[in-house]
Write a protein that binds this ligand. Sequence first.
Ligand SMILES: [Zn+2]
Ligand SMILES: [Zn+2]
Length: 322
Amino acid sequence: MLVRVQACGVCHTDLHYREGAINDEFPFLLGHEASGKVEAVGPDVTNVAPGDFVVLAWRAPCGQCRSCLRGRPWYCFDSRNASQKMTLEDGTPLSAAIGIGAFAEVCLVAAGQAVKVDPAARPEAAGLVGCGIMAGYGAIMNTARVERGDTVAVFGCGLVGACKVIAVDVDQRKLELARQFGATDLVDSSQVNPVSAIRELTGGFGADVTVEAVGRPEVMKQAFHARDHAGTMIQSGVPNPKMRVDLGMLDFYGRGGALRPSWYGDCLPTRDFPILIDLYLRGRYDLDRFVSETIALDQVEEAFAKMQRNEVLRSVVVFPDA
Ligand SMILES: [Zn+2]
Ligand SMILES: [Zn+2]
């Protein structure tokens, strides 16, 4: 199917592709956090029709692998992408970032990659549901399954809704944003030992759930040790292939609990995207505040620089003619 892209967020993963940190299959067509209108569909497409407002997903469960057949499509091993490649005008095939490639007016994806949502949503906010928002929300709701009364510590500021939410970051601006989004306590880990700080804030115990949302070994160790006994550590930050973690095996055994990776928030896009859009439209989840700025397609390079300087939560490319 073809999607007329209306908005596409600039995500860290795009930057990783650009720097060759994912693979070296240049040239890439970046952009994967997008919303837009279905422009045309192939003859076998039944889930969407031209004119539908959709959010693009980089997980499109196949329905036939052993994980899908066991009723766990969020672990699908054969997620579907468009088999036909988009190209440059001279015919050079492009590698689409995470199988999407939405820094373009029109994007070609497999039908299963498009999830129909309420068209009342602002496109620049809705697109974020396709990657960053889903990964953060899913880490808490799907992977950690945070419950009423849990204490949660997030390393690298995300967002949540539990009884005590401790935000840990090295950047004051991110901490202030976390406070605005509902964090009850802030820990500046450039100034204090975050493990001791979290213990102090939780009666000496540690948090029920800690989330590593950065993707660095030293942060993962902090999140590991900042747990209460039998607490859960969620890894949602994306590490690079060279990173290693050295943990005391007795610490791992003796503390109990669980260490769980959260890949794309263990989401099922067809289930979770419409829920997030509904929460947004009912004012329960203020996605607009994640849109730091809207930019034109030729300003993506500047947006990468701002991202690296921690100046934005999200720059979002908008396509005025869409
Ligand atoms: Zn992303
Ligand atoms: Zn599957």
